[in-house]
Design a protein around this ligand. Structure first.
Ligand SMILES: [Zn+2]
Length: 365
């Protein structure tokens, strides 16, 4: 029995930490190639360029908003022409995933600078590749995690709060999924067992959300950088990243994947659908009432969805809900990492109960 635990090379977080970017990048060479989200490229990079250029020569290119094979090829050939020693991705999940894929293609180190805390993608050794029109194409499993992850909380606090809240939805699943994988002796993302380190980090992730989630949401809504905001950014990005990759996935993400088969959910973020998957997994796995109440209270406090209507499915038919359940239970889905045998009917009922329970609580508030 072998366990594997995956880590990024270095994780740096704090207000104004972006000012350290040049120095950090200079550890990898003398020329950098930055792939930037259009907003950052136009508004923030010109201000930072001078400071960065003092320590490393850096060329930047605007990301065209889609992590597609075509975009990865385009950016790789520019980076190669410029003989870049290190690739940097500055932006949201797709920008970051593209930078990771470009670095892999060119066999260069990669630094990741997320500008929102909406998913646990920055630390992972995985890129999600889409077609040019935005539908899911494939996962690209990378041979290593990013060499550097740098998170400037001042930048994160400027983004709409919905992003950090969605990140909490993604992070909420981490402990429940890792716990299930541990009990089942199921495989993590590296194909091995999870270590006690991964499980402990996943548990810390959950405790941090419950303790600081509400305050961090308020802080972000008011663009205030507070300890609670710092803790939640770390939970969403580092703890959740390590927790999911080294702890493993289970029902919550499989139900998320099932929900994506319905077009009505497309305007809702990954973490918002994962939150519904997590709530349904509580009923599916027969969690105690105090845990169920804690998780619903948390979701209500931070503004995560607690009913199907909250993710665009207010008038969903039983037939459509069954499609979600069947898709969540497809062969090879992570739902089968749960310690109990799971059928589509069980998932269907768990989703029904999530919706009913969420609505009942809303009526009482
Ligand atoms: Zn996720």
């Amino acid at each position: 029995m072998i366990s594997t635990t995956l880590f990024p090379g270095r994780y740096i977080q704090g207000a104004d930490s972006i000012k350290r970017l040049g120095t950090e990048l200079s550890r990898f060479g003398q020329k950098g190639f930055a792939i930037c989200t259009p907003f950052f490229f136009e508004k923030r990079l010109p201000i930072l360029q001078n400071d960065i250029q003092k320590v490393i020569r850096i060329k930047a290119e605007k990301f065209n908003r889609q992590c597609s094979d075509e975009e990865i090829d385009r950016l790789s050939s520019i980076a190669e022409t410029q003989e870049a020693d290190v690739i940097v991705g500055i932006g949201g999940g797709k920008t970051v995933d593209t930078a990771k894929a470009v670095a892999y293609k060119l066999n260069r180190p990669v630094a990741v600078v997320p500008t929102i805390a909406s998913t646990d993608a920055p630390c992972s050794a995985l890129s999600v590749i889409y077609t040019q029109t935005g539908s899911f194409k494939r996962y690209l499993m990378l041979p290593k995690n990013p060499d550097l992850v740098l998170v400037d909380t001042k930048i994160i606090a400027q983004a709409p709060a919905r992003f950090i809240v969605s990140g909490m939805g993604d992070a909420l699943a981490t402990w429940f999924e890792a716990e299930s994988c541990k009990t089942k002796y199921a495989k993590n993302m590296a194909g091995d067992l999870c270590s006690i380190t991964a499980v402990a980090l996943a548990e810390l992730c959950y405790k941090t959300l419950i303790e600081y989630g509400h305050l961090a949401t308020l802080a972000c809504e008011n663009h205030a950088i507070t300890p609670a905001l710092e803790h939640i950014v770390e939970a969403n990005t580092l703890l959740s990243g390590l927790g999911f990759e080294s702890g493993g996935l289970a029902a919550a993400h499989a139900i998320h994947n099932g929900l994506t088969v319905l077009e009505q959910t497309q305007n809702h973020f990954h973490g918002e659908k994962v939150a519904i998957g997590t709530l349904a997994s509580l009923f599916l796995t027969d969690k105690p009432m105090d845990v169920i109440n804690d998780v619903f209270s948390f979701c209500e406090a931070v503004g995560l969805p607690t009913t199907l209507g909250d993710i665009g499915l207010s008038d969903i038919s039983d037939a459509d809900l069954m499609k979600v359940a069947q898709s969540a239970c497809k062969e090879g889905e992570s739902i089968h990492n749960e310690p109990i045998p799971v059928t589509p009917e069980m998932v269907f009922y768990a989703l029904k109960l999530t919706d009913a329970f969420g609505k009942k609580r809303q009526r009482k508030v």
